[in-house]
Design a protein around this ligand. Sequence first.
Ligand code: DX5
Ligand code: ZN
Length: 223
Amino acid sequence: MNFNLPVLAPSILAADFTNLESQINAALKGGANWIHCDIMDGHFVPNISFGPNIVKQVSKVAPDAFIDTHLMIENPDEYIDVFVEAGSEMITVHYEACTHLHRTIQKIKSHGIMAGVAINPATSIHNIEPVMEYADMVLIMSVNPGYGGQSFIESSYARLQELADIRELGGYGFLIQVDGGVNLKNISQVAEAGADILVAGNTVFSAKDVTARVKELQEKLSS
Ligand code: DX5
Ligand code: ZN
């Protein structure tokens, strides 16, 4: 799949679920073509969000959008099939939740979809070097996962830069995603630090005019 980078990926975690269809349509109208689905199990992270049924509804409402599923759950291997079935086009798992990370990546890719690997803010990037050649995307968490609306951790800029340098030196092909605390003020700097895919939840869906907000964020990304 070809993307015009950098990409804005609105996270529906912050959307109004009583109006999910219109919230998604508003984001798509603003030019978003990725939808980020945050799955939380109350074990790997302290919060519980939603499951494959919602992802299925999202893919039905937005058939042309790229469905980016972020699993913040324990035992992700057990849920890959249902999230693929629900329409996920990429599944990202946490390094911290996988005992056999190669195997998990292989399982995701065996479905013909993209595989991402996420690391928490306190995890060294070097821990995932052995899988960099297999990952389609590496996600640098810029907050501790579990909740939307948290502040961007400043050391994430250096981590994005470090990962971009490792990618260049190693000749790897993975995309770099950042997730957590991206807002109107920092989005340009976050992209400059090396992020290809920028997730934004509250910044998008707390806006009165979601379409205008997506346009505003994307303008900042393209300037
Ligand atoms: C955090 C989630 C994020 C979150 C982003 O655990 O993975 O995707 O929804 O939300 P904001 O942009 O509000 O920090
Ligand atoms: Zn996320």
